[in-house]
Design a binder for this molecule. Structure first.
Ligand SMILES: [Ca+2]
Ligand SMILES: [Ca+2]
Ligand SMILES: [Ca+2]
Ligand SMILES: [Ca+2]
Length: 270
């Protein structure tokens, strides 16, 4: 029998590993908890989700922007503090970038059910209309005019979710949140139901009653992304993974950035 070359073997092992993951109960694609960070120092982010081995995670910055370790809420370790609001031409920007590294497109829901979520604590000063920071993008893949997009953002204190597939797109808004308080924002697509929920996170780490639970029925169809398109946290990135000064920089802290695809019911908190 002919021996496989190491590259082929590695590829075969990766395919077997991924098919095992695909049949496992929980497919935790992206889980970034920002834990074990040195508070006050630049973060060293880790994706402990099932895609971790097959993706790269990095801080992309311009003008000296940094993502700094910050105390998290009780039971949630540390969190990530994004740059303060600034509108000047040399404003510091910093966004977390997650990209596929191998042949597998692990950041793509395709036709499947999926949800994504993050815990946010927005700074009081977080946007200036008409400036190069007029919003707060929390988590997204794909830009507005691309073939597909999933995005959570906060504009004028109002979280929203936008999903775009190859058939249709949908926008869901939420009640306003209070800067300086922690909320979990979660958007999901299950079949033709799109749902946005926002919960306050109590100081003991438990979730309060949802302040927003909005659904729409829309068949957005499959989401399709080039494998190289990044998933970003804390702002938007160009398709090539670079940062633009008008990045809709999130100002405040983010924790528990999560993407689940084909999730089971028991991993679906109500
Ligand atoms: Ca954390
Ligand atoms: Ca935006
Ligand atoms: Ca902002
Ligand atoms: Ca800050």
């Amino acid at each position: 029998m002919k021996h496989r070359r190491p590259n082929q073997l590695r590829g075969a092992v990766a395919v077997i590993a991924m098919s095992l993951l695909a049949t496992a109960c929980i497919d935790k694609r992206i889980t970034v908890r920002f834990d074990s960070q040195s508070v006050g120092n630049p973060i060293n982010p880790v994706n402990i989700g099932s895609s971790g081995e097959f993706t790269e995670i990095a801080v992309v910055s311009t003008n000296g922007g940094e993502i700094i370790g910050a105390p998290g809420i009780s039971g949630n370790g540390s969190a990530a503090d994004f740059p303060d609001h600034s509108t000047g031409p040399t404003a510091p920007r910093a966004v977390l970038r997650i990209t596929n590294t191998g042949n597998l497109g692990l950041l793509n829901p395709g036709t499947r059910d999926f949800w994504f979520s993050a815990d946010v604590n927005l700074d009081t000063t977080n946007a200036t209309a008409g400036s190069n920071d007029n919003g707060n993008n929390v988590m997204q893949r794909g830009l507005f005019n691309e073939t597909s997009q999933f995005k959570i953002q906060i504009d004028n204190g109002n979280p929203s979710c936008r999903l775009k597939g190859t058939v249709d797109d949908v926008f869901l808004g939420a009640s306003s949140i209070t800067p300086g308080e922690v909320y979990r924002i979660r958007c999901e697509r299950i079949g033709t139901t799109v749902r946005l929920r926002v919960w306050p996170v109590n100081t003991d780490g438990s979730l309060g009653a949802a302040i927003t639970d909005n659904t729409k029925t829309v068949d957005i169809g499959p989401l399709v992304f080039d494998r190289s398109i990044p998933l970003s946290v804390g702002g938007k990135l160009s398709n090539d993974g670079t940062i633009d000064p008008a990045t809709d920089q999130f100002n405040g802290t983010i924790d528990n950035a999560t993407l689940r695809i084909d999730f089971p019911e028991f991993d679906n908190p109500s």
